[in-house]
Design a protein around this ligand. Structure first.
Ligand code: MIG
Length: 820
């Protein structure tokens, strides 16, 4: 219905607000005088006022608020009849206390300008067009028509719209988990959290709503975050190639303009307002094994035992819905799991952390404590006519907690007490779009408390899952004292990264889905969700050994690495396909564990500084024409470039390397970047390249995190003739001590010449790792070393290995190493 109304009628631009009083001719037949519904556009602004960092403009009826959030972020809000909603957002917990150096309002002949040191927001006097420019007067974004709205008679409110110019070569990225090409130019997409079993390429919407996009035009980037939880739509030049529009079926037209010019700046600034993921427990970065379902207990023990026998590292083991008694959350099926505490303890002794699933649907059953408590306290969602909302899910007839109510969240968080006592280490939040059999989700008229701001399901739907996992995370955090909880969620809204990792939902065991998964992880990563992964192997359908292995290889470089499969498929563990697959899967999972300190450091860079963990090529080289269409290669952290193999039987493939020198991880050959090269892709490798000058920390292979005391950290140092910095983050790996600054941030500076190489180390922080030494491994040295000096002492004990790498042992506190 909205589609055909989006055509813009230029006549309307000049049309002033319809004289609303004229519409009230309640004579005999009021219906006869009702005018057709038309879009209404802002008229010319009649003045500007200021209150602190907020500036107000009005056309006499509608009001526009422009807020300076930081030097680089400006928020725009529209109130069609001058009434703004309360300042409240689940995505942006705190708008105040952000740094602004300078700002003000300037009036010029044709426009008002709200300015900071870095950006200008222009409000044109003639027609209320809003545009943004940088301090060099370069316009980055401008309205194509004024902001507008349209009456939504179905609920007595407004659709709200914003339409901007879409430039000829403009590209668009972001919007979360959309299963389509990485560059969203030419697409029209919707946000409405949806349970999308076995989703297809281009299916829309899926599980998450992230109404945030990054635009890239002529090498300059900016971002738009449309913080509106209603059903929202984005059109990136699909209907009209000269226009980019976004609109919502209710709520406020409220968006943040986020300045670049680098895409990385935009992503970091989006994180500044919506938050980052807290540090996960280190074990959560290991390999996880899941299936719908491992039960009874003997099956769980069999699977975990086989991991240890096969010597395939694994940290997480999952219990899907069959562990519960009749799918009642927070209960156990005692026939399948007679003594969960004992089982979980014994699994933990073998290094497995148990993660259990929880769904939002609570079975209507007066003999079930969770239902009784929820009913007594009126914690479940109600219809507008005051009946509790009921729907069918796995447990049968269910009611659903209103997670937008802080009291309900608190209660829900407390329900994990027993699971935590039993030793459960993580919680998997499923079905929280919310998914209901039959109708798909809740009816629109369901009411939500919305943290005191009240709303129907139209407003709360997209945040429901995020608030569920928030309740889970906060509850676990309380119960686990100083230990870091691990959570995973299917649904989410912007900001969900503050509470959880995500997986991409019910994918399919196909090569197309492998490709799609690669794009989705990159897209989630630039959309604020760094800690994500796909169901390795595909949830539904049957992969063959080759597809499964290629998926393990790609998954090794997803920040979250978990294999999962539906119950009606064949067994799907890393050894299920026999040789040569088992050995290759083992080799890659081992590589995951070797690189744990590297991934953990990248996670810290995410948590503390807002860098995404997975970085698409265009994020690194947005100036290079062509990169806006690359979607296969990405870097894992900022030093290791990965290009998964996405086709069956592929013997070699093209890989683009960004400018600079890169080492082939497997052969240590140097390749010059800034172009595509052809790389062999036998089944036991995928293209992996390390940037010259990198210091890549490595742990010994462990079967699980904490299996051994780390006695030595290996530092792989890749020679470079230009200077390069690397980081290593270390801490306890499982507590919140890092919030009290108990951690160590190490910085390495590598410099090389044709006959000399130096490596400097500096560190900051209060943590002391237990190991004493590094094993230094220097790769690519262009000369034969004769003298190695570490902090003024000559190191006599070094070897040059057959592969020409130079090996030595060094105290972990060294400050300078000089090789000549
Ligand atoms: O209606 O718990 O996406 O990962 O195994 C299906 C059973 C419910 C959907 C999840 C999937 C999980 C499954 N769940």
């Amino acid at each position: 219905m909205m589609e055909d109304k989006n055509t813009l009628n230029p006549e309307l631009l000049s049309q002033k607000l319809v004289e609303e009083d004229d519409e009230f001719h309640h004579v005999n037949n009021p219906a006869a005088s009702i005018k057709p519904i038309v879009k209404k556009y802002l008229g010319a602004p009649v003045g500007a006022t200021q209150k602190g960092n907020k500036f107000f403009f009005t056309d006499g009826d509608a009001k526009v608020e422009v807020t300076v959030v930081t030097d680089e972020i400006i928020r725009v809000r529209l109130a069609p009849h001058s009434v703004f909603l309360d300042e409240f957002s689940y995505a942006v917990p705190k708008l105040e206390n952000k740094k602004i150096s300078l700002f003000g309002l300037r009036e010029e002949e044709t426009e008002y300008i709200v300015y900071t040191n870095i950006v200008n927001c222009h409000v044109r006097k003639k027609d209320f067009f809003i545009s943004f420019s940088d301090n060099q007067n370069h316009v980055t974004s401008s309205d194509a028509v004024p902001m507008h709205w349209e009456e939504n008679i179905k609920f007595g409110g407004y659709y709200v719209y914003c339409t901007k110019e879409c430039r000829t070569d403009e590209s668009f990225f972001g919007l979360g988990d959309k299963p389509t090409e990485f560059n969203l130019r030419g697409k029209r997409l919707k946000n409405w959290n949806t349970d999308a079993y076995s989703f297809a390429w281009n299916q829309d919407p899926l599980y998450r709503s992230i109404p945030f996009y990054i635009s890239l035009n002529e090498g300059i980037a900016h971002g738009i975050f449309f913080d509106n939880t209603f059903k929202t739509d984005f059109d990136f030049g699909a209907e009209d190639p000269t226009k980019t529009s976004f609109w919502a079926e209710g709520g406020e037209l409220q968006y943040y303009y986020i300045h670049g010019p680098h895409m990385m700046d935009v992503v970091k600034r989006y994180h500044l307002i919506t938050g980052t993921h807290p540090m996960p427990p280190l074990w959560a970065l290991g390999y996880h094994q899941c299936r719908w379902s491992y039960y009874p207990e003997s099956k769980v023990r069999m699977v975990t035992k086989t991991f240890r026998e096969q010597k395939i590292p694994c940290d997480g083991i999952y219990l899907d819905i069959d562990y519960m008694d009749g799918y009642r959350c927070f209960t156990w099926n005692r026939k399948y799991f007679p003594d969960p505490k004992k089982m979980i303890k014994e699994l933990a002794d073998q290094g497995f952390k148990t993660v259990v699933i929880i769904d939002p649907g609570i079975r209507v059953d007066d003999n079930y404590a969770v239902f009784k408590e929820g009913k007594e306290n009126k914690y479940f969602c109600r219809r507008c006519d005051d009946y509790f909302m009921e729907g069918h899910v796995w447990p049968g007839r269910c009611q659903f907690p209103d997670f937008t109510n802080p009291e309900v969240r608190e209660w829900w968080g407390g329900l994990f007490d027993e699971l935590v006592q039993l030793g459960v280490a993580g919680v998997w939040n499923d079905m929280n779009e919310p998914a209901v059999f039959g109708n798909g989700t809740f009816p629109d008229d369901v009411r939500h408390q919305y943290d005191g701001h009240r709303g129907s399901h139209r407003k709360a739907h997209n945040v429901y899952g995020m608030q569920m996992v928030r309740a889970t995370y906060e509850g676990l955090r309380n119960l686990m004292k100083n230990k870091r909880p691990f959570t995973i969620t299917r649904a989410g809204y912007s900001g969900v990264q503050r509470f959880s990792s995500v997986w991409t939902g019910d994918n399919v065991a196909s090569w197309e889905h492998l490709k799609l998964g690669n794009i989705q992880i990159q897209r989630l990563s630039v959309s604020g969700i760094s800690f994500s992964g796909t169901d390795i192997g595909g949830f539904s359908g049957e992969p063959d050994g080759e597809l499964f292995t290629r998926w393990i290889q790609m998954g090794t470089f997803s920040p979250f690495m978990r294999a999962h499969s539906a119950g009606d498929t064949k067994e799907r563990e890393p050894w299920s396909f026999g040789e040569p697959y088992t050995a290759i899967n083992r080799k890659f999972i081992e590589l995951r564990y070797r690189l744990l300190p590297y991934l953990y450091s990248a996670f810290w860079e995410h948590h503390r500084y807002g860098f995404p963990i997975v970085r698409p090529i265009v994020l690194q080289e947005q100036q290079e024409d062509g990169n806006q269409f690359r979607q296969d290669e990405f870097t894992y952290g900022d030093k290791i470039l990965i290009c998964p193999v996405l086709e069956p039987g592929q013997k070699s493939r093209k890989v683009y390397l960004p400018k600079g020198k890169w080492y082939n991880f497997w052969t240590q050959e140097v390749a010059e970047g800034g172009k595509e090269i052809i790389v062999a892709t036998p089944l036991d490798t995928i293209p992996i390249f390390v940037k010259a000058g990198s210091v890549i920390p490595e742990y010994p292979v462990m079967q699980y995190v904490g299996e051994k005391e780390i006695e030595e950290v290996k530092l792989n140092i890749y020679f470079s003739d230009t200077e390069a910095n690397s980081f290593l983050f270390e801490d306890y790996g499982e507590t919140f001590a890092y919030e009290q600054d108990i951690y160590l941030e190490k910085k390495f500076v590598v410099k090389g010449k044709e006959n000399k190489m130096t490596i400097q180390q500096s560190m900051e922080g209060l943590y002391t790792p237990r190991y004493e030494n590094y094993h230094i491994n220097i790769i690519g040295l262009p000369f034969k070393p004769t003298r190695i000096i570490a902090d003024n002492n000559e190191v006599k004990d070094f070897v040059m290995a057959a592969d020409k790498s130079v090996q030595l042992k060094l105290r972990k506190n060294f400050t300078q190493l000089v090789i000549s």
